[in-house]
Design a protein around this ligand. Sequence first.
Ligand SMILES: Cc1cc2nc3c(=O)[nH]c(=O)nc-3n(C[C@H](O)[C@H](O)[C@H](O)COP(=O)(O)OP(=O)(O)OC[C@H]3O[C@@H](n4cnc5c(N)ncnc54)[C@H](O)[C@@H]3O)c2cc1C
Length: 383
Amino acid sequence: MDAEIDGELEDRIRRFRREAVDPFVAGWEAARTMAPVEVYRKAGKAGLLSICVPVEHGGLGLSFGAKTRAFDIVSETAMGTAFSLINTHNIAERFAEGGSAEQRERWLPGLMDGSIIGCTAITEPGVGSDATAMTTTATKVADGLRIDGAKAWITNAPIADVVVAYVQTEPGSGAAGIAGILVDTGRPGVECAAAEAMVGGHGIGAGTFVFDGYLAEPGDVLSPAGEGFKTLISGINGARTYVASMCCAMVRASLAIALDYGGERRAFGSAIVDFQGLRWSLAEVANQLTAGQALVANAIDAIEHGAPRDAVLPAAHAKKFATQMAEPAIASCIQAMGAAGLRDDYPLARHLAAARIASFTDGSTEMMTERIARTLPTDYPLP
Ligand SMILES: Cc1cc2nc3c(=O)[nH]c(=O)nc-3n(C[C@H](O)[C@H](O)[C@H](O)COP(=O)(O)OP(=O)(O)OC[C@H]3O[C@@H](n4cnc5c(N)ncnc54)[C@H](O)[C@@H]3O)c2cc1C
């Protein structure tokens, strides 16, 4: 697998963002909507939705690092849309890696060209951080599995055609009973409620699914009980890492905009960026950003070259640091621009809200801290 995106792909993604996203993203947020469906098709055309799908299945066959880099480009102006797009890309990857030939034929081409949208459903109205306590059930019936319950805060829910839903097959058994099941939202027994209204995050389209007697066929079980929770966890290290990377991308973009603006804007006879107070504040942002990027690079390396367990700690460190770094860093960049930094023709205020949102997606900051704390004694033996 190639580790990086080449110049030609990068140009295509930048052109996609410039033409299909940048002129409209402030309007989508103001209208409290996700990007229109044709944007997903344009993303597919640019190659964004097949980056990690192997070449033999029609994808680009690139690495996790390449995927991270590609979606960072979109995050520089529209983290919400980038997050929505990467979540549907994940489902294409999932079918390419673990789907049956029939599932790949049915879903993969549409997921890669953006005409089919996918999502992953773990969280429930009453269950967030403690995923093993999930209560949505899959009960054996004569012709398959009957699913009942609800999933909440699911990215892409309002527009999703296909869901990988994690459900409990043996209530009371915790992680052991969790299975991953393909849900076709076109079939009866599953409804999507409206997306959450969430300042700065409308592009993500996080919504609720209600399952009422949805019938999954035996072939729809993607990860049976015993494997489901492991699959869920192995995917989450990647998600934590790309969320951290998106936070770095938003800070990098905010810093570049603040420096550009501050070089032009004048006060008291000089460019504002020449005032030591502002330069130091932005130097602090660059310093924090450099540390965040190093942690992201470390996590990408662990995902690409280590055993799956090796990525757990690097991903937790990267997400904890980058999400916590991003909010004050973006706020400093806004501060350096004066009131202009708040205008929605700049992405900075959107980035600030998105950085707050990133502190919850794919595991909260406290869960990252808890993960780091859990192995402290073995990670730091006496010298
Ligand atoms: C925009 C957005 C998109 C999302 N997309 C998806 C998606 O596609 N699929 C999906 O399944 N989920 C998704 N989520 C849900 C996300 O994974 C959860 O929000 C997250 O896991 C936290 O759960 P919670 O919000 O229910 O918080 P809770 O678990 O209720 O926690 C509330 C607070 O308590 C803290 N807390 C909990 N336990 C502890 C503890 N042991 N020690 C210290 N503090 C603790 C938490 O850190 C948090 O600050 C999304 C969320 C958002 C905001």
